[in-house]
Design a protein around this ligand. Structure first.
Ligand code: NAD
Ligand code: DAU
Length: 344
């Protein structure tokens, strides 16, 4: 059985990835996570006793910790790096955290790879590295489109992509990268638009829409992303980048209205607030490469999975309280209140 390390496996996509792999494949997984904010032990409780799974609390910014860990653990085949600071709004307030984890953390993992402690490295990246498109543009970003990131978050992710590709070329290391569009599904931390909208609507609280709400995101059900990531890890060509999109582009305003309709809530909950600085207008990916080369096919439809996600949050409302800590409450209440105040 192949032994792999998943970093950031207590977060949204990482925990869904581990759940999927343990249920469907034969891998022994070690999850290294710092359990920071969006990374919660609640997300991994369900499989914490699985004999093919182990959790190690650790920080990818800490090279000495990583070196000791990899010296101790033998025969690790590969590492899939989900660990990141992932929220654009937070990157505008606390950019240093993003540079430290998203750039230096990846550099540390690459240095461990260069020392021969494992063979294959998959860096989880994002469509945000390409920058944005005009609302009426028909263009789609391809893997070789120029990188033009606009936020501290996306520039930190683009930096990690470039460093990873340089390590592949310079040291002939086995490295692959995935760039997906916006994910949604269970266990997503409620700082992101979909869970935030569901939870605010359930409490009949105002739902903040940044700017005019016409910004477009392409929503990908997390299990389709997880299936694609596993495919790239197993079959992706060394040194290659793979886009993973869903062709489900929808404006934020229409998406929020759709969620309110599912919940049978009034649209008067929608509140337009101050826009995010340098707010990307639209993302759209050309995912033909992964379809053609790796025969990947998304299997989930947007509306039924959105409904399923709404149901999951209704049934797991206690999960939210368990994973939100006092620091986050203070940050979020401040951010949310300031946005509402500044608009008025
Ligand atoms: P998330 O914020 O839910 O999870 C990130 C995880 O990383 C958390 O468990 C956190 O504790 C952990 N972490 C953070 N800093 C760490 C550190 N220094 N050391 C160890 N662990 C650390 O994020 P997510 O939405 O699951 O995203 C996972 C990856 O996918 C990220 O790299 C993100 O950039 C990328 N991505 C996300 C989306 C999306 O829509 N959510 C889309 C495209 C790409
Ligand atoms: O595109 C992939 C990226 O998607 C990932 O790389 C990031 O990790 C992930 O956080 C996500 O980034 P976004 O900024 O697109 O996601 P977020 O859910 O924060 O915002 C989605 C859109 O909704 C965006 O246009 C901003 C808007 N928004 C967001 C929040 C939280 C609002 O209008 N109101 C809100 O309260």
């Amino acid at each position: 059985m192949k032994k792999i390390v998943v970093t950031g496996g207590a977060g949204f996509i990482g925990s869904n990835f581990i759940r999927y792999v343990l249920n469907n494949r034969e891998y022994s997984i070690i999850n290294i996570d710092q359990l920071l904010l969006s990374g919660s032990s609640e997300n991994i409780r369900e499989f914490s006793k699985n004999r093919n799974y182990r959790f190690v609390k650790g920080d990818i910014r800490d090279f000495d910790f990583l070196l000791k860990f990899f010296q101790r653990e033998k025969k690790i085949f590969g590492v899939i790096n989900f660990a990141a600071q992932s929220h654009v709004d937070r990157s505008i307030i606390f950019p240093k955290d993003f540079m430290d984890t998203n750039i230096l953390g990846v550099f540390n993992l690459l240095e461990i790879l260069r020392r021969g402690f494992f063979k294959r490295f998959l860096q989880i990246s994002t469509d945000e590295v390409y920058g944005d498109l005009k609302i009426d543009s028909k263009e789609k970003f391809k893997e070789d489109s120029p990188l033009k990131p606009n936020s501290p978050y996306s520039s930190s992710k683009a930096s990690a992509d470039l460093i990873s590709l340089s390590y592949h070329k310079t040291y002939d290391l086995d490295i692959v990268i995935t760039r997906s569009s916006n994910n949604f599904g269970p266990y997503q931390f409620p700082e992101k638009l979909i869970p935030l909208t569901i939870l605010k609507a359930l409490k009949n609280e105002k739902i903040p829409i940044y700017g005019d709400g016409k910004n477009v995101r392409d929503w990908l059900y997390v299990e389709d992303n997880v299936r694609a990531i596993l495919n790239v890890f197993e079959n992706g060509k060394r040194g290659s980048v793979y886009n993973i999109g869903a062709d489900n582009g929808i404006s934020n305003l229409d998406l929020v209205k759709m969620i309110l309709k599912i919940l049978k809530k009034d649209e008067c909950l929608i509140t337009f607030v101050k826009d995010r600085p340098s707010h990307d207008r639209k993302y759209s990916l050309d995912s033909s490469k992964i379809k053609r080369e790796l025969k990947h096919k998304n299997i989930f439809k947007f509306y039924p999975t959105l409904k399923k996600t709404v149901e999951w949050y209704k049934e797991n409302i206690k999960w939210v309280e368990k994973c939100i800590d006092e620091d986050f409450k203070k940050y979020y209440i401040k951010n949310y209140k300031e946005r509402l105040d500044e608009k008025n």
